[in-house]
Design a protein around this ligand. Structure first.
Ligand SMILES: [Cu+2]
Length: 483
């Protein structure tokens, strides 16, 4: 490592994995900016990578905040409908903990800030792993940096006096997995709300309840915020002691999106800096996530609530006698990268229902981001919907799977021709169907369905069905069932 650039007060260190910029603050505080990459993004990619990270603080101390982002090589933040930070998780391992997810970023870019006097202890021997999934919604390759800012207090600095250590307890409805997702289907749940795991009759088929953690020492909870996908309304953290269950915090999704709870134009609420909850060994914490299923299906969504917990008790209210589930605070406002909403009329796209029949067939191949027959961005004979008889399935084959490009066939409401953006298209077809992500990846470590074919449901009524690709939402198509 060698100093590569020096601004008035900042210094930047370059490493093979990226850069670390340090700006001095008050009482020994350091503002650290990490820039990981550039990461090469392949056409249409939606894959998960995990790597050792050498981008760490310059010495032992305390980390007191975390703010993630994504930029192009020129420093500009990509539009979220073009390049999407699906997630990044920083996993810490050291002598005390084998593997602990500690900080995380999703496209909502929540900023975590510890209350004054609390911090994550960093030791130079700690190993950091970075698990990231960057989703390219277009066929164009690019390069990006994953960036994050941390406030850091070196050991021995004035600001380090009296610091109390926290660690992150990872609370995820799917437990600790490389790809912890569930589906919230249109019309499921109660009154347009679907809560996982509560509304799923069999949320954990293997019998392992993943959304709970038994507190293993008396301690104080000092902060939490939820992670959801579009369609998500809130996550809940609850505590059970004996026969009593109480709410500890509801992290709400606040949508700036004009179309409502349908896009990444959102900020989550986090606990206010005064939130302190005294927990006891044996208490049970649970997490759940609630989605709006009135009009739209939400596939492969998440509900996660990392909780900062002290190693030793540090005060706080007894949640059984005090209502600690206070109103949260937004961690940021509307972000300009979410300005491209989509949903405007697109004169270049054909309305499938008005087209003559395409060929009667049993198979549609997908190649080079185009549905082989009935693609709504094509014209002439290619755009005409392929036809199957009632009860005859149509098989889709993703030939792009050989290049690690995943596609879906997901029902959207006809005509499904409006412009692409963060809020359009949506999985809001009146008949619910979805292929999963057709493609291949390492088992348990991929969004891919690990098959490249999918058959339409055999019980479809006569009609023209429109669909889109959830991974590359500019891709639209249609097929026709005839009686
Ligand atoms: Cu696709």
């Amino acid at each position: 490592m060698a100093p590569a650039a020096a601004h008035a007060r900042s210094t930047t260190v370059r490493t093979p994995q990226g850069t670390i910029t340090t700006t001095p603050g008050k009482n020994g505080l350091r503002h650290l900016t990490f820039r990981f990459g550039p990461v090469r993004i392949k056409p249409g990619q939606n894959t998960i990578a995990i790597t050792n990270s050498s981008l760490k603080p310059p010495g032992p101390g305390w980390i007191t905040s975390f703010a993630p982002n994504l930029t192009y090589v020129n420093g500009k933040v990509p539009r979220v409908d073009v390049i999407h930070l699906h997630h990044a998780v920083w996993i810490v391992s050291n002598a005390n903990q084998l593997v602990q997810p500690t900080w995380a970023a999703g496209e909502e870019k929540t900023i975590f800030r510890m209350p004054k006097g609390f911090g994550w202890r960093y030791r130079s021997s700690d190993r950091w792993l970075l698990n990231h999934m960057i989703h390219n919604l277009t066929p164009a390759p690019t390069r990006v940096y994953i960036t994050w800012k941390m406030d850091f207090i070196p050991l021995g600095a004035k600001a380090a006096k009296g610091m109390r250590e926290v660690r992150t307890q990872w609370m995820d409805v799917e437990g600790i997995k490389a790809y912890p997702v569930f589906d919230a289907l249109r019309g499921s749940g109660h009154n347009g709300l679907y809560t996982f795991p509560d509304d799923n009759p069999n949320p954990y088929p293997d019998g392992i309840v993943r959304n709970r953690w038994v507190v293993d020492h008396d301690a104080t909870l000092v902060g939490t915020a939820g992670h959801l996908h579009p369609g998500g309304l809130y996550t809940d953290l609850k505590l059970t002691r004996g026969d009593k269950t109480v709410e500890l915090f509801r992290s709400r999704a606040h949508y700036y999106e004009p179309a409502g709870a349908v896009s990444w134009d959102v900020s989550m609420t986090a606990t206010p800096k005064t939130w302190r909850v005294a927990v006891k060994k044996g208490d049970v914490l649970t997490v759940s996530g609630t989605y709006d299923t009135r009009t739209t299906s939400w596939y492969e969504v998440m509900a996660i609530m990392p909780v900062a917990i002290t190693l030793a008790p540090a005060g706080g209210a007894d949640p059984l006698t005090t209502n600690v589930a206070v109103k949260g605070v937004l961690t940021h406002g509307h972000l300009p990268e979410n300005d491209h909403h989509g949903g405007a009329p697109d004169p270049n796209r054909v309305r499938a229902a008005q087209l003559p029949d395409g060929p009667t067939t049993s198979t549609v191949d997908i190649d080079q981001f185009v549905y082989g027959q009935g693609d709504l961005s094509t014209t002439g004979a290619a755009a005409r919907p392929p036809v199957v008889g009632v009860g005859q399935p149509l098989t889709f084959v993703n030939d792009d799977a050989r290049r690690d490009i995943f596609h879906t066939i997901t029902a959207c409401r006809s005509p499904c021709t409006a412009t692409t953006g963060i809020a359009f298209p949506l999985a809001n077809g009146p008949t619910v169907f979805d292929s999963g992500e057709l493609g291949f990846g390492p088992a348990g470590f991929t969004a891919a369905a690990n098959r490249k074919t999918w058959q339409t449901p055999a019980d479809l009524a006569p009609g023209t069905y429109t669909y889109f690709c959830r991974i590359h939402p500019f891709m639209r198509g249609a097929f026709r069932v005839k009686g």
